[in-house]
Design a protein around this ligand. Structure first.
Ligand SMILES: [Zn+2]
Length: 196
């Protein structure tokens, strides 16, 4: 199956599954935004999980990947599916006392060819921490794949990188928010009002 996933098709899937909400929201930072995004909501549907993971897996198929590594929690679902499609081992890193590390007996072998997979990149922080694990283990970083780039292309990694959708995060300070000026009702994500 080969579907050309345009930005428009992907954006429609996010909207249809309520992963991307439009309106007027208060983010955890306190900033206001016309959008709220929760990638997990789209990945709960196996057809979309497989559709997006196939596009990521195909991008790195010729890289002879031996292991897929994801940062927990967001990257685990998509990482596991990409690994299944590539027929490789899949492992994840998680934080212990704030530090990203491999636990549960997971390990990377010297020289092993690693693909890092994540759901959403905003600052690239978690992915960079996972890349440090790859580097310190002596394995080889062969690519970084993610579904959504919320940095609008600003974040770059030291390997072939690929995202399915590039998105700009629009935020306003509460005292200069045009949506507030228009008296558009505001919602705090996580509250009952947007549990659709
Ligand atoms: Zn506002």
């Amino acid at each position: 199956m080969s579907v050309h996933l345009t930005q428009e098709i992907i954006q429609n899937i996010f909207t249809e599954t309520h992963a991307l909400l439009n309106g007027h929201f208060v983010l955890t930072s306190g900033l206001h935004s016309p959008n709220y995004f929760q990638c997990a909501k789209v990945l709960q549907y196996p057809n979309y999980l497989t559709l997006f993971s196939t596009a990521l897996a195909n991008t790195f198929r010729l890289k002879e990947i031996e292991v897929v590594l994801s940062p927990a929690v967001g990257g685990v679902v998509v990482g596991t599916e990409v690994g299944r499609l590539l027929g490789t081992r899949t492992i994840f890193a998680e934080r212990e006392n704030g530090i990203m590390k491999l636990r549960r007996g997971f390990e990377l072998k010297k020289g092993e060819r690693v693909l890092v997979v994540e759901d959403v990149i905003t600052t690239g922080g978690s992915v960079n921490e996972v890349i440090s694990i790859v580097q310190s283990s002596g394995s080889q970083l062969c690519g970084v794949g993610y579904i959504v780039d919320r940095s609008n292309g600003k974040v770059q990694f030291d390997a072939k990188s690929f995202s399915l959708l590039t998105m700009e995060v629009i935020t306003y300070k509460s005292d200069s928010c045009p949506l507030c000026k228009e008296n558009i009702p505001i919602t705090k994500p996580g509250s009952r009002a947007i549990q659709v």
